[in-house]
Design a protein around this ligand. Structure first.
Ligand SMILES: O=C(O)c1ccc[n+]([C@@H]2O[C@H](COP(=O)([O-])O)[C@@H](O)[C@H]2O)c1
Ligand SMILES: Cc1cc2nc[nH]c2cc1C
Length: 347
């Protein structure tokens, strides 16, 4: 069913144990840096390094359109995807601001926007001009779904070659909460109504309509819950598949994956379905307002670090959380020990 195997190494638990013991020598009450200590251990296990670094981060924003927008499921018109890509390229979007704040690399990738975009900084890897309307037909072909994962893998690998020490995956795609909700309903085998949300901000009336559209689409398309590629083919999104591919590249290279909001977490679930080991490299950064995000994170098995009522996407929540990961690595690198600082130990 899955044509490609990804050689993802296991996290090094022995390294984790070593770092745990080292943290206990630092000049602070035992365990007093709480989850920061857990994060430091996890990063050390992922990178197989006692003093891991997450700087610089590499941000990849995958942009694509969704044919399902024809059914009136978003608060904004499809053309906003293209307009926001221009905004990313001009440096004015939320992710640009937070990306600059953390001195990251940032690449904007057109993996399936419905319009042509001319810009020297744009990475044009367009697979098709938006997905098909999955209420009426499959979103894409199997070849396109596999290609989207491959493009993501290539983009992730390139960013890592450039020197990124962790990847932040972001997305832009009007209508992609509808695709993500459909994917999550299949993967979690739950009722659509329990996980669907207002995305960019639709009314209660449109939310009921969106729920119906997803339910009926799933009845018609019948995605195979055991075949992640088939789920992408039937109800997926090109940017969602691209993010999953980039996550597989990160995991293959022992690079931590900073998972953003609802759409990104659904991509993480797909990556985990494709290659379960990828899970070892995933850090859930924040809890989005979108109701399906809680379900997606539970299914993934990761606890988010922040809860700031965000629902923007683009990778913004992950970029905002990045300094916390950086704090964990600096704790390891720079804190003095009881011995070096001449501090008396616990009596
Ligand atoms: O990341 C999230 O949790 C999130 C939650 C709601 C909306 N979004 C963003 O909003 C867009 C999709 O919303 P919609 O209503 O058009 O499906 C898409 O561009 C996402 O980046 C993102
Ligand atoms: C303006 C705008 C910016 C976005 N960024 C991610 N999704 C978005 C949706 C809209 C509508």
């Amino acid at each position: 069913m899955i044509e490609k195997n990804y050689p993802i190494p296991n996290r090094n638990k022995e390294m984790g144990q070593q770092v745990y013991e080292y943290i206990n020598t630092l000049a602070k009450p035992l365990g007093s840096l709480g989850r920061l200590e857990e994060i430091a251990i996890e990063l050390a296990e992922m990178k197989n390094e006692a003093f891991p670094s997450v700087s610089p981060a590499g941000i990849l924003v995958f942009a694509a359109d969704h044919g399902i927008t024809e059914e009136g499921v978003s608060a904004y018109p499809q053309v906003v995807t293209k307009e926001m890509v221009h905004n990313f390229l001009d440096g004015g979007a939320g992710i640009n601001v937070f990306g600059r704040q953390i001195d990251s690399y940032i690449n904007i990738i057109d993996i399936g926007v419905a319009n042509d975009i001319e810009h020297t900084s744009l990475i044009n890897r367009k697979i098709r001009y938006g997905t098909a309307n999955f209420y009426r037909e499959d979103a894409m072909t199997r070849q396109e779904a596999e290609r989207a994962i491959e493009v993501g893998y290539e983009q992730g690998s390139e960013m890592i070659k450039k020197g990124a020490q962790c990847l932040i995956l972001g997305e832009m795609g009007i209508g992609n909460t509808t695709a993500s909700s459909a994917i999550l309903a299949v993967l979690s085998n739950s009722d659509v109504a329990t996980l669907v949300g207002s995305g960019t901000g639709i009314s209660q009336e449109i939310l009921i309509h969106k729920t119906k559209v997803i339910k009926q689409s799933l009845q018609k398309r019948k995605p195979n819950p055991h075949d992640p590629i088939d789920i992408i083919v039937k109800v997926g999104g090109l940017e969602i598949a691209g993010m999953a591919g980039a996550m597989l590249a990160a995991a293959t290279n022992r690079v931590p994956i900073l998972i953003d909001g609802f759409i990104c977490t659904v991509a993480a679930l797909l990556a985990k379905e494709i290659s379960p080991n990828a899970f070892d490299y995933m850090v859930a950064t924040h809890q989005s307002v979108e109701p399906g995000h809680r379900i997606a994170l539970n299914l993934l098995g990761r606890k988010p670090i922040l809860d700031l009522d965000l629902r923007l996407g683009e990778g913004t929540g992950a970029a905002i959380t990045f300094p916390i990961l950086q704090s964990a690595t600096l704790m390891l690198k720079e804190m003095a020990s009881f011995d070096s600082a001449g501090i008396s130990k616990k009596s």
